[in-house]
Design a protein around this ligand. Structure first.
Ligand SMILES: NC(=O)c1ccc[n+]([C@@H]2O[C@H](COP(=O)([O-])OP(=O)(O)OC[C@H]3O[C@@H](n4cnc5c(N)ncnc54)[C@H](O)[C@@H]3O)[C@@H](O)[C@H]2O)c1
Length: 333
């Protein structure tokens, strides 16, 4: 079986690429190698007979059409993913996260064979008051350019399904964490700042609540869905039920790194920061998948990984320091 994985040098895509290669799929990884990619994430796959890497853009219609031809399954993880960056430059989010998805849908329509598993997010539902949870049919209410672009992509996916009958599954996932995530994201960033004894810039009061799923559990959910769903047409929510505030995570990171909680430094919140996401994933649970990794265990593994590799990742990325200064320099003054 042949799979095209887009964004396979990023966080989630690289974990999935490894799992699919292990499972014997013939995997093609298409990645533009943006700032968020790290070829080291898939270094172990190079040279494997059932793996090939293509550097290229999801918005390159000719390339994408060529790559999709003959595939059984396309898994779309290529995206601009950082909400903070979407406030700085929304256009690139519209391009990759919406236009890129249309480009992929067109290629699948032309090919007429491949099924698509498209990765989306619980952020499309916007902020929900306690005790609400968003089920699969909850209305979209995105607030950031990132979540708006993901919602727009989903609408295009839905339109292609209704209009052309494309076999498309959308997975909407809560926050994912684990090794190999880019160092500017919340848990990696706070871990490397704590380890270095530097202030950890916490937006606002830190009471924003997110639901967290360990990356290995998401990989299992994707394997589970891919096994049974290639011709099914549906939307599936993926969650963990583990909801925690940002300040609680920051405190746990201080404990795990044995650094004082006084390093947590409240800074000016970002505009439009959603307070609470909560996803209802009972439909997926009812079909037989549930997460196995306890949040505390996953966080300890993640912090241990960044303790070993975080500094080298941050220092090996010449764009990271510039981004950190632009995003937090003024706020930390
Ligand atoms: N990480 C999370 O917590 C989370 C939660 C829910 C949903 N998602 C979704 O999962 C998917 C993967 O997220 P991630 O955290 O692994 O992202 P990431 O930022 O770590 O990786 C994205 C990858 O896509 C590649 N890419 C970007 N633009 C591209 C383009 N135009 N053409 C080809 N490749 C391109 C990048 O180079 C990078 O390797 C995204 O669709 C994201 O919206 C992520």
């Amino acid at each position: 079986m042949k799979a095209l994985i887009t964004g396979g040098c990023g966080f989630i895509g690289s974990h999935v690429a490894r799992a699919f290669v292990t499972d014997g799929w013939e995997v093609t990884n298409l990645d533009k190698l943006t700032y968020a990619a790290n070829p080291a994430n898939v270094a172990g796959l190079a040279g494997q007979p059932n793996y090939r890497f293509i550097e290229g853009d999801l918005c390159d219609a000719t390339l994408v059409r060529d790559l999709v031809a003959g595939m059984d399954l396309v898994l779309n993880f290529a995206a601009e993913t950082h909400v903070d960056r979407s406030l700085l430059d929304p256009a690139v989010f519209a391009r990759t996260d919406v236009e890129g998805v249309v480009c992929l849908l067109e290629a699948i329509r032309a090919d007429g064979r491949a099924a698509l598993l498209h990765m989306s997010t619980d952020e499309v539902f916007g902020s929900l008051p306690e005790p609400e949870e968003a089920a699969e049919d909850a209305p979209f209410a995105p607030t950031s350019p990132y979540s708006a672009s993901k919602a727009a992509a989903e609408l295009m996916v839905r339109a292609y399904r209704e209009t052309y009958g494309l076999p498309v599954t959308v997975l909407r996932c809560c926050n994912v964490f684990g090794p190999l995530q880019h160092v500017e994201k919340f848990i990696p960033l706070f871990t490397i700042r704590a380890l270095a004894g530097e202030p950890m810039p916490l937006y606002g009061d830190g009471l924003q609540q997110r639901e967290w799923l360990y990356v290995d559990d998401l990989v299992e959910a994707i394997r589970f869905v891919a096994r049974g769903s290639s011709s099914d047409v549906r939307e599936i929510n993926v969650g963990s039920g583990h909801r925690v505030t940002n300040i609680e995570i920051a405190r746990r990171i201080c404990e795990l790194t044995e650094r004082p909680a006084s390093l947590i430094h409240p800074v000016l919140d970002r505009p439009g920061h959603d307070r609470r996401y909560a996803i209802d994933w009972s439909k997926l649970r009812a079909t037989g998948w549930s997460p196995k990794v306890d949040f505390e265990d996953g966080l300890a593994r993640t912090v241990a990984w960044y303790t070993a590799h975080g500094r080298e990742r941050a220092e090996g990325d010449d764009r990271f320091a510039g981004y950190f200064r632009a995003q937090y320099g003024q706020r930390l003054k």
